[in-house]
Design a protein around this ligand. Structure first.
Ligand code: NAD
Length: 295
């Protein structure tokens, strides 16, 4: 039986609409406009596209968007000064420094200079520690989006066997922490995992966050499992005319076995920016001592 397709695009549109409703209410009842500042250093074309899209969706949700474009030769001291300026700005509730930074800048140093309460990417070590210890934090957007879709699909995840392929700080590790928080039995697989096929075949939930086109075939998937494909890979089209986007999972074969699956594009991707807006709204409510919306 073909898998149910988890429509991340529709899910994200719905989440953005709920965020916009809360933002309008904040404005009406308290005169507050949540604000997101995005800092882009250099001219990386993919980063420029992401930043433009983030700015557009921030405005569409009724929030204030502050874009700070700095030249590639910006020094660490200059970038840290910009971060401090945004930390102190009461109109800015969320700060995002677009990664990757040019090679001469230390990303860890810069990220850890952001006020953790404004760290809407959830990458500051304080937020990482809070998440790991099950305390209230700001959670990285991509894993947060994956969790929202999983919970909407399954309700409770308690006791489920989850395998996360990939151990990055941005996706794999926080995803595993979130699933642990939902009482899943969690395995983190990575490039040195010995028998990946066997590990994946045990999973009720598979999260693929590797960055290798279509590396997870359908015959690794347990029948009925839920497959969340985080990968975004550009591959040449068979006819040699341009490129297409594929995930880390071989969608065609996996969709024949899985119970539910996210497509690429249109799965996890759209949820990431929606969760960035959600984190900004959360950060704003916390900063102003208002109840957090249950999105
Ligand atoms: P990364 O390169 O930081 O980490 C990749 C991980 O995969 C590593 O931990 C590595 O151990 C593991 N890995 C590599 N080869 C492997 C193999 N053969 N078998 C098992 N594990 C292997 O990547 P990342 O930042 O976590 O991103 C992963 C993918 O997700 C990329 O395709 C990226 O573009 C995509 N991504 C998508 C979104 C989104 O919004 N949808 C957000 C972030 C990342």
């Amino acid at each position: 039986m073909a898998a149910e397709v988890i429509d991340g695009k529709a899910f994200a549109a719905d989440l953005r609409a709920r965020i916009a409703t809360h933002v309008a209410k904040l404005k009406d009842e308290h005169g507050i406009t949540p604000g997101l500042a995005v800092v882009l250093v250099g001219e990386d074309p993919a980063s420029q596209v992401y930043v433009r899209s983030k700015g557009k969706q921030t405005l569409e949700a009724g929030m204030a968007s502050f874009e700070h474009k700095l030249p590639a030769e910006t020094t660490e001291a200059e970038l840290l000064a910009k971060v401090r300026e945004l930390n102190a700005d009461p109109e800015v509730h969320g700060i995002l420094v677009q990664l990757p930074l040019p090679g001469h800048l230390d990303s860890d140093l810069v990220i850890n200079a952001i006020d953790p309460k404004k760290d809407v990417d959830g990458f500051h070590i304080s937020n990482v520690g809070l998440l790991a210890t099950g305390q209230k934090s700001l959670v990285p957007c991509t894993p947060l989006g994956c969790l929202m879709m999983l919970k909407a699909h399954h309700g409770s995840l308690s006791g489920m066997e989850a395998v996360v392929i990939g151990r990055s700080n941005i996706v794999g590790k926080p995803m595993a922490q979130l699933l642990l928080g939902e009482s899943c039995t969690v395995t983190i697989a990575h490039s040195r995992t010995k028998d990946l096929a066997e590990v994946v075949s045990r999973a009720d939930i598979v999260i693929a966050a590797v960055g290798r086109p279509e590396m997870v075939p359908g015959d690794w998937i347990k029948p009925g499992a839920t497959v969340i494909d985080v990968g975004i890979n550009r591959v040449a089209k068979a006819d040699g005319e341009g490129h297409r986007l594929v995930g880390d999972v071989d969608y065609a074969s996996a969709a024949e076995v899985a119970g539910a699956i996210t497509p690429v594009p249109g799965g996890v991707g759209p949820m990431t920016i929606a969760c960035l807006l959600s984190n900004t709204l959360t950060a704003c409510c916390r900063a102003r001592g208002l109840p957090e919306p249950a999105l």
